[in-house]
Design a protein around this ligand. Structure first.
Ligand SMILES: NC(=O)c1ccc[n+]([C@@H]2O[C@H](COP(=O)([O-])OP(=O)(O)OC[C@H]3O[C@@H](n4cnc5c(N)ncnc54)[C@H](OP(=O)(O)O)[C@@H]3O)[C@@H](O)[C@H]2O)c1
Length: 345
């Protein structure tokens, strides 16, 4: 029997509850492909799942991690369109091929076993090829899975972004900087916020943000965003803070703008919650919940990024193995990172 290394979360509550074991290596079923994982990109969700803060059900003894890039090493007899050696990424929610995600029950690394293992067999229908000519690394491609699809959905999933519009990104995490790269390539004006001047300088220099605001020094960052836009307000906000930042977002958004509700990094007390319904109405705005995105959206963002080799922001990598993965997750949990943190196999 051929075995491979698998990480599992033995119980929720602590990042230290991740354990390593040897398990039989899977093979490709009739309609599946077997993928040798080359890189896994971490998300804040992985930390929330391990520490028990994730608001949705988690499978017992789950294999964590949702975002992988790798090579196909075996194809099932019923598979066409893929062959051994193809470089691929796997959709975050393998059953939603198009349209809105309709369930949280099948997403990888939470309700279903994920990708922190050396080999994974998945339905061929859930897999997207990486462009052969791509100069991006496996880590960068793995980072497109959840983060890239989410940012793409936020900008194109409903009211598509137009060149010349202004997009504001909250914080310097993966969703924000990937969104920044997409929006800049689409001709938008970009504003990014952070708690750190140092991070803002780095993001401006490396990813070309047009404007930066330190939200700690400028708690009323909405006023500054409005000033930047000549009083018009911004057209899109990638809302990562959640209830703790929605008040400022509703002030910063322009008439007819879109607030894409993505994250839950800060929370407001009930008394401090603004009247979202009235404020949305008064701006004719769209406040839209984002659930990552479909495989079709993954395909779209892979094509857009692949054609331009956009700078997917992988800023730090760790090696595969229990201790290094726990260290990587602790690093993400500490909030020191910029962009994406990945695991190399
Ligand atoms: N709905 C979905 O489908 C979906 C998909 C992906 C991610 N998410 C969620 O979206 C959020 C961001 O994900 P991520 O992967 O980009 O996380 P991340 O890489 O861990 O980035 C988090 C960053 O957000 C910034 N931040 C924290 N609190 C903030 C606040 N109050 N206001 C503004 N910025 C704040 C911080 O940046 P600075 O250090 O620069 O201040 C922090 O480093 C998370 O809550 C994640 O769970 C949701």
């Amino acid at each position: 029997m051929v075995s491979h290394t698998v990480l599992r979360l033995t119980s929720q509550g602590s990042l230290d509850n991740i354990a390593e074991s040897q398990e039989p290596r899977p093979s490709a079923g009739k309609h599946e492909v077997l993928i040798k994982v080359k890189s896994v990109s971490l998300n804040y969700r992985d930390i929330a799942i391990a520490t028990g803060q994730y608001p949705f059900a988690v499978k017992e003894n789950v294999v964590p991690g949702s975002d992988a890039a790798g090579d196909i090493i075996e194809t099932g007899e019923g598979v066409s369109g893929f062959e051994k050696g193809d470089k691929v990424v796997i959709a975050f929610e393998p059953t939603t091929l198009y349209g809105p995600i309709k369930t949280w029950k099948t997403a990888l690394g939470g309700p279903a076993d994920g990708v922190l293992r050396q080999y994974i067999a998945v339905p061929a229908s859930a897999v997207v090829k990486i462009p052969e000519s791509s100069a991006l690394s496996y880590a960068q491609w793995a980072s497109v899975v959840c983060t890239g699809t989410t940012a793409w959905n936020a900008l194109y999933g409903n009211n598509p972004l137009k060149p010349g519009q202004t997009v504001l990104f909250q914080g310097t995490g993966g969703v924000s900087i990937t969104g920044l790269a997409l929006a800049k390539a689409a001709g938008a004006t970009t504003i990014i916020t952070s708690s750190s001047d140092e991070k803002l300088e780095h993001v401006k220099a490396k990813y070309g943000a047009d404007y930066t605001i330190n939200y700690k020094k400028t708690p009323n960052w909405a006023a500054e965003a409005r000033e930047i836009t000549g009083g018009q307000g911004v057209d899109y906000i990638l809302e990562n803070g959640g209830s703790g930042t929605i008040k400022q977002s509703l002030e910063a958004i322009g008439f007819g703008g879109v607030i894409a509700i993505i994250g839950f990094l800060s929370s407001a007390t009930q008394e401090n919650m603004p009247d979202v319904a009235s404020l949305t109405l008064s701006k004719g705005a769209v406040v839209r919940g984002i659930m990552v995105g479909s495989k079709q959206q993954l395909e779209e963002v892979v094509r857009f990024i692949g054609e331009r080799d956009l700078p997917v922001p992988v800023e730090k990598t760790f090696k595969f193995g229990r201790d290094q993965v726990v260290e990587a997750m602790k690093y993400v949990a500490s909030g020191q990172h910029i962009g994406k943190v990945c695991i190399e196999f």
